[in-house]
Every structure is written in C-alpha cells, then in structure tokens.
Design a binder for this molecule. Structure first.
Ligand code: BGC
Length: 395
C-alpha cells in the first residue's frame, strides 16, 4: 500500500434487530446475520442504518497487543480499540480464509467491511505492498480471487457488506503512468477493477472504489483525469446498482477539516484546492458527478488523529508520531461523506524498514517514518502503542 509521489503539479431488513435487552436468564449471545436476505439500497447511506462491525481478526490482534502491555491504564485503553469497527483486508488468495470466521459474529444491525486488494502487479509505483499475482495473471485474479469472494458474499446473503475496491490502483494509473511497472499493470488494473465491480454487484453489498486522497488526485491537474478514470471503471462494469462512490485517505494521514490545510503553506499549495479531505470529497465528488458516477464517500480516519508530522505530503509509510483518529460514525456533517471509518487496521505496518528486504521501499526509511517496522500488513506493537498514546480523541 502506498500513496503516490504525485505532489507535483504535473501529476502529481429485512433487518431483525440484533438480540438486545437480555436478562440474567437469557445470557447474551450474538446472532450472526439477519433472519432473511439483506438488500442494501445503494442510493442511500447504509452507514446510517448499519454500524461498521469490529471484526474478530483485528480484535484478536488488539487483544494480543493488550496482553503485552504492563501499564494497566494503557492496557485498559488498548482493550477499547478491539471494539472499534474496521475493515478486513483480503489481501491474498490465501487470506480469503479470513472471510468465514469474520462473518460468523456479525449481528443484523452491523455491516462487515472488506478491502479487495490483490490485483496483478499490485502497488505498481512502490515496493512495500507488491502482491502475489504478477502482471498477466488476470485470469487467476478473476477465478481464484474475485469469483471466490463473490460466492462467499452470495452464501452469506443475510449479512451486509461494504467493499472498498483496490486501493491505489486507478490513482496510480492517473499519476504514475510514467512508471514502467504502472504501464505494465495498466490494462490488468482496468480490466480487474471493472470485473470486481461487476462480479461483486450483489444485493447485500455496497461498493466504494479507492480515490487516493486530497494530496494525490486532489491536485488541480489530476481532478479531471482522476474522475474520468474512475468513472470509466464504473461504466466498464455496467454501472453496477450496488455502487455507491469512492473511498479517500485509505491508510492515509490527512485531516478531515484542518484549515488551513496541513500543507497549505507549501510552495506548490496554490496548485491544489483540496487541502483537507473534506474539500477533497466535495471537489472530487463534484467531478465524479460530472463524469457520470455515484459520488458518496467513505473516509479513513483510522490514523489521522495527529497532523504536522510528515516532511512532505506524499510520505505514506508508517508516519512517526501518528495517533488513532475519529471512531467510525455516519455523522460526518457532510451529506456527500457517508461515514468516517477505519480502513487501515492501526498497528499493521505499511512496509518494512529493512533496507535489505525485497519489498523495501525507501519511503519506509525516511526520517519521518517509524523504524524499525515489519513487512506491510504485519503487526508492529510499538507502533500500535504510539497510535494509542496519541489517539485523538483519546481512548
Ligand atoms: C498490506 C496488506 C495489508 C494491509 C492492511 C497493506 O499495506 O500490503 O498486506 O493487509 O496493508 O494492513
């Protein structure tokens, strides 16, 4: 997972309520799913009705982290993180195995968030999250990854799902088309994303496609090509009914509404009218509408509790000093923003700082990157503790 280095002008229910009001005689037992099939209306904000589920994979990571804490006040704060809703990343074919256990305890009034993230030649402009599938393995992506997930979503039609489709992929095609690996990946990304949208267009699903962040597609010169690239994928998928819009700040660090923006005094700030995610959602959302695509947004607030830490806007790896941000909520104050959600599971690394590793990316060795850090997706206890200590609002 990485963010573009594009800080340059040119590119830069049937719902049955979950069991509640239990008595001593009837101990609480969480029921999975609803009594009948779920149909989500993607023309509405489903996060108003469903709460993002605190998935048991992240819960287990956090509970293990709590056990390692000797400071009892930090430990009790840490324990609360386990109850925060967050997205589960299906980042390899093997990790589709996380699906069944994750769906087992989702009550009817909650929605399970999944990140679809396994395109061939993944993370083409960086190294930290290079994936298992090579450029050209599109057929495997379709048959062994997307089709398998689609079958599971159908099987679990009494549960609601929110999907985020392929972080960084299309934004990389917009701003990093000069990078050879992105050139090589381009047709597979476009075909793969359209296939994912079309195949995962199921009644119990709402879909959001990744749109980078304000410091990426938010540059004036990137807004139009960015909106057109995303809209093209939506249309190539046959304008799926369950498609709702876009996701911003995925695994990112940008503030929602800091004003002036964190990088507003940078020399190139005049070329970017989206200095925080709120203006990005509004500005890019308008462009998406013009391009003919649904334009409601999810915003990752998992790690944006502290700002002023990055030397440059494009620095994306394990930012040192970061803190957990606002907890998931559908009260964003902006109609276009459906919800603040935690997408990147705070505590999981963005990339290794070991310069001898194959997936070492120099961004993870920058002075503002936390070191040492393990491989992307691996747990980093020290980083988790830092996010917790710096959480804003605090736990
Ligand atoms: C990694 C994935 C991981 C995800 C969430 C990405 O940067 O490449 O393997 O699942 O972050 O931590």
């Amino acid at each position: 997972m990485k963010f573009s280095k594009s800080a340059t002008l040119a590119f830069a229910a049937t719902a049955v309520a979950a069991p509640s009001a239990t008595t001593k005689e009837q101990p609480s037992k969480r029921q999975a799913g609803c009594a009948s099939a779920v149909t989500l209306d993607a023309s509405t904000n489903v996060f108003k009705k469903y709460t993002l589920h605190a998935n048991n994979f992240y819960r287990a990571e956090v509970e293990e982290a709590v056990n390692l804490l000797s400071d009892s006040s930090l430990a009790s704060a840490a324990a609360k993180v386990a109850d925060v809703g967050s997205f589960l990343w299906l980042d390899t074919i093997a990790n589709i195995a996380k699906f069944e256990p994750a769906v087992a305890d989702v009550p009817c009034n909650e929605i399970l968030g999944l990140v679809i993230y396994d395109l061939p030649g993944r993370d083409c402009a960086a190294k930290a999250s290079n994936g298992e599938l090579k450029v050209g393995e599109l057929n495997r992506y379709k048959k062994d990854y997307i089709d398998v997930i689609a079958a599971l979503l159908k099987k679990h039609n009494k549960t609601a799902f929110a999907l985020i489709i392929e972080p960084d992929s299309l934004p990389n095609l917009v701003t990093n088309s000069d990078v050879q690996a992105c050139k090589n990946s381009a047709s597979g990304y476009r075909d793969g994303v359209a296939y994912a949208l079309k195949t995962l267009n199921l009644p119990n699903v709402v879909q959001y496609i990744d749109a980078g962040h304000g410091g990426w597609l938010g540059w004036d010169a990137n807004l139009k090509p960015g909106a057109e690239e995303l809209a093209k994928a939506y249309k190539a998928a046959g304008s799926p009914k369950q498609f709702r819009g876009f996701a911003t700040n995925v695994a990112g660090w940008n503030s929602w509404d800091q004003s002036p923006g964190e990088f507003a005094s940078a020399s190139d700030a005049k070329y970017n009218s989206c200095q925080n995610e709120k203006t990005y959602v509004q500005t890019f959302g308008a462009r998406l509408k013009t391009a003919g695509m649904p334009n409601h947004a999810l915003v990752d607030t998992g790690r944006n509790g502290v700002t002023g830490l990055r030397e440059e806007w494009g620095n994306w790896c394990n930012v040192n000093g970061a803190g957990f941000g606002v907890r998931p909520t559908a009260n964003t104050g902006l109609e276009l923003a459906d919800a603040f959600v935690w997408i990147k599971p705070g505590g999981e690394s963005d990339g290794t700082s070991d310069s001898s590793a194959v997936r070492y990316d120099s961004f993870c060795g920058k002075p503002d990157a936390f070191q040492p850090s393990p491989e992307a997706g691996q747990w980093n206890q020290e980083y988790f503790e830092m996010l917790l200590r710096n959480a804003n609002p605090p736990f």
